[in-house]
Design a protein around this ligand. Structure first.
Ligand SMILES: [Zn+2]
Length: 184
């Protein structure tokens, strides 16, 4: 296991996450579709090369089957110098975009994202006719994503899978005092 540090991270997070442990033990607790999709979105993050932030997304069809998953990363065939913050922000393709590439407009009812989607991704989500977004974390307190979602008729649900770590600020809901999300 020493050559798989990400696996150690997943196991460590699971150990501290009462809800995630619960989600992984359906006989003790059966997660709803929102939670199940969010667990799959978190699972997708293990493929992300971004050393700063690994983001995942999972889209469910109207029958709750998985239409696609995605994670943040470089365009296929391109290399990003992850140490270069400017290049990273300019080139990285968001998890939501990579996930929706597997979906057709109107095909899905729900997108689960490990991070509250940015404004640009919310517009794309609306374009795909998705009316419900569940998310796990907020990087910055970003009120503009909330108002964008409302404007496009997208229902947001915040699910904190790491309730075992109450001091974690990333699970706090955004407050109107915040600024825009930029670090993705
Ligand atoms: Zn985005």
């Amino acid at each position: 296991m020493s050559d798989k540090p990400w696996l150690a991270g997943v196991l460590r997070d699971a150990k501290h996450s009462a809800n995630l442990q619960a989600a992984l033990r359906p006989r003790l607790y059966r997660p709803d579709w929102d939670e199940a999709a969010l667990v799959q979105a978190y699972a997708a993050t293990i493929r992300s090369e971004d050393p700063i932030r690994q983001v995942g997304a999972c889209a469910l069809r109207h029958d709750n089957s998985v239409a696609g998953v995605g994670y943040n990363g470089a365009l296929a065939g391109r290399e990003i110098n992850w140490e270069n913050e400017e290049e990273r922000l300019r080139e990285v393709i968001h998890a939501e975009v990579n996930c929706l590439a597997y979906c057709r407009p109107g095909e899905c009812r729900l997108l689960a994202c490990t991070l509250l989607p940015c404004n640009s991704c919310l517009k794309l989500i609306a374009r795909y006719g998705i009316k419900r977004v569940v998310y796990g974390e907020t990087y910055e307190r970003d009120p503009s994503s909330l108002s964008t979602a409302e404007r496009f008729g997208i229902e947001l649900r915040h699910i904190c899978l790491s309730q075992g770590q109450p001091q974690s600020p990333s699970c706090e809901p955004p407050s109107p005092a915040g600024g825009p999300v930029t670090d993705r």
